[in-house]
Design a protein. Structure first.
Length: 394
């Protein structure tokens, strides 16, 4: 029996595994955790909405057939020339490999960013951000250091803007909890580009800007960070902002293991793939999600989003099954369902299949998209486990 190996249990890897299980194709899934977490929603628990337990699901709840083997292990090296993967626990051989290893932060060479900024990219980093903010507020009265009450979020794409929306609702509660006058608290979103949310049109960007500033967020575009210190950030203008909390959401690149393995990659370290999502270098290696550089019909690489990764997972599951049967593979075609950005627990902005939406309706559509994903990967059983849990901690 052919050995199918999947690396990573993010949106792409889990979708591939779920679809292969439905098709009756045995596989082994290697992931460094025993659960799948909802990467695109991490801003919610990081910013104080809901319990962290509501943002992940054990892999055993998703993959239940005895032919679907899940292993908790850490990938150390890919050796595609020998059809093997090296991990903490040993060496795994494969006939077909699906690489869905996700991303790593892109710091753009900014000094001090890696050392002092907190990235938001995993369940652990979301917990770290949440605990760090609360601990700095809790310790404020010991030295009255105003920098403890300043939070800088670098990057105003989806993750940065959505995080600011959550923090803007949580920080007043936190200030009241620790007896801190809220007028002393600063929440600053810095963006080097001239606009926030570049994937949306100008009208929706203005709505988002108005909502966030109305909640007390200071938005500064065209403001590159040039250096990060332990308790401050330095801007290109020479201005220095004192802040005990700096969060980086300004960009990602592929997992470095891909480039180290010798795959042909783009400037962000993503493996170049064919229209079938096979590596351009190896017929029996499929690469998806943030690990892959797939050029769409407009000539641009698809962005590293959960929507892209999930659709790639669907397509790769079909092609892995066809590859094993030595049938012609099918080209991948991305269907852009749109973009929704939450601006807190109740409102948002976005565009879905050409329809623009803002306010409460966009917030409801964002919540509906979460339920749709739960249904896709786990059906009614998972949906019933997770739905009804959206609430702010009191």
């Amino acid at each position: 029996m052919a050995k199918v190996l999947i690396l990573g249990a993010g949106y792409g890897g889990v979708t591939t595994a779920v679809q292969l299980e439905k098709a009756g194709v045995p596989f082994t899934l290697i992931n460094k955790h025993e659960y799948h977490y909802f990467t695109t929603l991490l801003h919610e628990p990081a910013g104080g909405r809901n319990r962290f337990e509501e943002y992940y699901v054990p892999l055993r709840e998703l993959l239940r057939k005895p032919t679907s083997l899940t292993l908790k292990d850490t990938v150390l090296k890919l050796v595609p020339s020998q059809n093997k993967v090296v991990t903490d626990q040993g060496v795994y051989r494969y006939d077909v490999l699906v690489v869905a290893l996700g991303n790593a932060p892109e710091y753009f060479g900014i000094p001090g960013m890696k050392e002092y900024a907190l990235p938001l990219r995993s369940l652990e980093t979301a917990r770290t951000i949440h605990r760090h903010i609360e601990s700095t507020f809790a310790s404020y009265h010991t030295d009255l250091d105003e920098r403890k009450l300043c939070i800088v979020v670098g990057g105003a794409g989806l993750t940065g803007v959505e995080l600011c929306g959550e923090l803007a609702e949580w920080l007043p509660e936190l200030a009241a909890k620790y007896g801190i006058p809220y007028n002393k608290v600063q929440l600053i979103n810095l963006e080097a580009a001239p606009t926030i949310l570049p994937m949306l049109d100008e009208q929706l960007r203005e709505v988002a800007r108005d909502v966030l500033t109305g909640k007390g967020v200071t938005l500064r575009t065209g403001t590159p960070i040039v250096r990060v210190h332990e308790h401050s950030v330095e801007l290109q203008s020479g201005e220095v902002i004192g802040a005990a909390t700096v969060i980086w959401t300004g960009g990602v690149r592929a997992n470095p293991l891909i480039e180290q393995a010798g795959f042909s990659v783009d400037a962000r370290g993503r493996a170049l793939v064919r229209e079938t999502l096979q590596s351009v270098d190896h017929d029996n290696v499929f690469v998806i999600g943030d690990s892959a550089c797939y050029t769409d019909r407009d000539g641009k690489p698809l962005p590293p989003t959960g929507q892209v990764a999930s659709q790639m997972g669907d397509a790769v599951a079909v092609n892995v099954a066809r590859f094993l049967k030595r049938r012609p593979l099918e080209p991948f075609s991305f269907e852009n369902m749109g973009t929704l950005a939450s601006l807190g627990s109740d409102v948002g902005v976005g565009e879905v299949k050409g329809f623009k939406t803002a306010g409460v309706s966009a917030g409801l559509m964002k919540e509906a998209s979460k339920l749709k994903y739960l249904w896709k990967i786990g059906g009614w059983r998972l949906l019933s486990m997770k739905k009804g849990q959206v609430r702010r901690k009191g």
